[in-house]
Write a protein that binds this ligand. Structure first.
Ligand SMILES: [Zn+2]
Length: 493
């Protein structure tokens, strides 16, 4: 018997974790975090305990309780086995958004992750510029005998366990034991997103991942739908994040509208957009070129562009980090030595102000700090994330500055509070007058109702399971055989 168990990603936007079992083969499609499920129990200052994380997350139904799935160091330390062989043959990752991938660091290193090269590089960006463990585990709860013969705790990076990462090529079928996988690129708001068609011993399953038709790669989504139509699917797992929404702008409209606003801006143009959405970065980059400005990006984006530039397959898809229309913003480091007397502190100490991955950017010809921006404000579109608003204190935007917000609108009270805070900053600097709003220019990574209807009709699947949505009533309107499932329930082929 072949079946799919939905350990997340149903009646919910995100948290996709779909177990597919076919003969002796077991795989997961995605292993993501559900914001709503985590938010029910946890917040910034209330988290799963590091010493007991698996058990805490099992208790609350956030992670599925499956032996052999989780990293051995955690499983052993937390009394959940760890010595057994794993029954899971791989994780098939649609894309590197956290609601699809954030729990990968909990998984055992010997379970291969099948993903696109873009997804791998985005996960590497998380690891190298933050403290994540997507590609390499830093083993915890390990002890060793020190030179005095005492038991000591192994800390930090002492015990590294690299994960098995298997990069697939778009449109090139491969097998995970009895399951044949077709990875098909689709258009969404991060690079390297793939939908899948799985051919199992009992039939075929499509998984849309997250998709839309209004970005830069609408043709990819069209080809995926056509391929579903040719594949006599038994099941389509179809996303429906925005099934209740009406058609809106396209990614190209974002570029045009941003250019128009920047053209009418006398001073600094400040913008906020999702930090890892390189398609959105591209929209601002193109707008910068059209308005004779440079786009100033932060170091994490520079690092991601560097990783893409270093890849033979991906070079040229996005601007290089040293592109002539790009500047890399060097913020104040830990001691803020950037504008201090280096005869007293030394250049070496300036480097010490930054994490290792950041240091090389100090020497890039296109590095810039607040002084360069402050002096020539009309020459730049300055990326300023919601978490780096303090940089505005150094830059001191002149009169005539503007702010373009290119992020999703708040959909819960926490986000509303955050937005209020962001608004206070821009009001403080006189960029927003009282009761005035910023320019909100954003398009979603998800298709609206008409687009999802097109996917459902074009795929011609026998059965349909709504995923990544809280509105299955639309799927039911557009398909006669919709099976709505709850978390941890299964359907069989
Ligand atoms: Zn996504």
């Amino acid at each position: 018997m072949t079946y799919i168990t939905f350990h997340g990603g149903v009646n919910d936007i995100g948290g996709n974790k779909f177990l597919v079992k076919d003969k002796d083969t077991t795989i997961f499609m995605d292993f993501g975090m559900s914001f709503s499920h985590e938010g029910k129990f946890f917040s910034q200052f209330l988290n799963a305990r590091a010493s007991n994380s698996l058990i805490d997350l099992f208790e609350l139904g956030i992670l599925p309780k499956i032996k052999g799935l989780y990293r051995r160091d955690f499983a052993k330390h937390m009394g959940f086995g760890g010595d057994e062989e794993t029954q899971v043959d791989g994780i098939l990752l649609t894309h590197a958004h956290v609601d699809h991938c954030a729990y990968i660091p909990y998984l055992r290193a010997d379970i291969p992750i099948f993903c696109s090269e873009e997804s791998k590089l985005i996960m590497q960006n998380f690891d190298d510029t933050g403290n994540d463990q997507y590609l390499t585990l830093k083993e915890k709860f390990q002890v060793y005998q020190n030179s005095k013969g005492e038991i000591s705790r192994a800390t930090g990076d002492k015990v590294l366990a690299p994960r098995i990462i298997k990069i697939f090529q778009s449109n090139k079928e491969f097998s995970i034991d009895s399951i044949k996988v077709e990875p098909l690129p689709v258009d969404h708001s991060i690079a390297g997103v793939h939908a899948f068609i799985l051919h199992t011993s009992e039939g075929s399953i499509g998984n849309t991942a997250d998709l839309r038709f209004h970005g830069r790669r609408s043709k990819d989504t069209e080809k995926f739908v056509d391929r579903c139509g040719e594949s006599s699917l038994d099941y389509l797992l179809c996303e429906g994040t925005r099934v209740d929404a009406l058609p809106s702008l396209t990614e190209y409209d974002v570029e045009t509208n941003v250019s128009e606003i920047v053209n009418n801006t006398k001073g600094l143009a400040i913008c906020g957009y999702p930090i890892r959405d390189l398609d959105r970065l591209l929209s601002f980059y193109e707008s910068a070129k059209q308005t004779n400005r440079d786009l100033v990006i932060d170091m994490k984006q520079a690092y991601l562009l560097k990783l893409f530039y270093e890849s033979e397959n991906l070079r040229g898809h996005y601007p290089s980090p040293t592109d002539k229309n790009i500047k890399i913003y060097i913020p104040r480091g830990s001691w803020g030595l950037i504008d201090k007397d280096l005869d007293k502190f030394s250049r070496r100490q300036l480097y010490m102000d930054y994490a290792e991955w950041q240091r090389e950017f100090l020497d890039y010809p296109n590095a810039i700090d607040y002084r360069g921006i402050k002096a020539n404000q009309k020459d730049f579109i300055f990326f300023c994330s919601d978490f780096r608003l303090q940089d505005l204190i150094d830059i001191k935007p002149d009169e005539g500055a503007t702010y373009i917000r290119s992020l999703t609108e708040p959909f819960d009270t926490e986000m509303e509070l955050k937005e209020e805070q962001v608004k206070n900053w821009f009001t403080h600097f006189g960029i927003l007058k009282k009761e005035q709003n910023w320019h909100q220019i954003h398009v979603s990574g998800h298709g609206d109702g008409t687009q999802i209807k097109k996917v459902i009709e074009g795929s011609n699947s026998k059965k349909l399971v709504p995923i990544h949505t809280q509105h299955d009533e639309y799927h039911k309107k557009w398909h006669t055989n919709v099976i709505s499932v709850n978390q941890h329930e299964s359907v069989s082929l």
